[in-house]
Write a protein that binds this ligand. Sequence first.
Ligand code: SF4
Length: 346
Amino acid sequence: MKPKLLGMSLLQLQEVAADLSLPKYAAGQMADWLYAKGIREISGMTNLSISARKALEERFRIGHTPYSEKFTSSDGTKKYVFPTSIEGRYIETVMIPEYEGNEGTEKSRATICISSQVGCRMNCSFCMTGRSGYYGQLTAAEIISQFMNIDETQELTNAVFMGMGEPLDNWDEVSKALRILTSDWGFGWSPRRITLSTIGVLPTLKNFLDDSRCHLAVSLHNPFDEERSAMMPVQRAFKIEDVISLIRRYDFTGQRRVSFEYIMFSGVNDTKRHADALIKMLFGLECRINLIRFHEIPDSSLRSSPRSRIDDFKARLNNAGIITTLRASRGEDIMAACGLLAGKER
Ligand code: SF4
């Protein structure tokens, strides 16, 4: 298989241009065709000479991956299934529409939830992706291809890296994809339209905070060391206290935002003791907390906290001055909601 042009940075395209003895500006033209114009065939790069297109075609392909299946939820959420370069393994990508008024009226937002790995090796006990195992990394091309190959690509207003996988466990490829999304030679999106979600992989979290201006969401889920370790093995390697100390060194008082995701598990992390520890842990940090109802998964004794306990927890945090919301659950009927993506073998 020829290598893909999709997923290449401007610098890489300049190297391609140099190798083929094309002028340097041809790299900018290729980037424009690849990303802004979304062309599917090298022959369509009509401002490159015929001989340049031929030379490119001999060595490269564009490299889009169309989806193989699509599911639509009763709430309008869509789940797309994409094949990957790993034989027999699939990833899932979700598009979440939000409407000004009732469903069926004009969309006010359309958010794509992007996968960054084929499975995940972080083993969080409450997550179907973690349960399904780890099969490999996605390339920048496969990440960008999700963005460019859903039916709503032209309508997208926001992107979140909250699909399958831990994006900071694939930083090389995810950082390339972020650069393509936010550079003028790529899609030219403002980093304020993009959120990366992590469970707190410290070394690459620092890279993300230094190299990007995108928003950050941290999956916190429990403020106590022992309890968090039991749910999220990452805590044994990178403590959430250290993650928060690092975050405190960056400025989140302006346009860039940090939020903390907190799935509510009945009798596990939903007591006053947990709320008070959270308040203490996040004291003075400009942030918000998103509470999430737990979506039950097979063979697990974990249950979602009842609504009244979620409301009490939320009120306690809000009263302490931390803006706290309960995130609406979307796409549950098509297994597209938080924690339910599995990318089953098909
Ligand atoms: S919650 Fe995120 S990091 Fe944890 S297993 Fe699932 S996909 Fe991986």
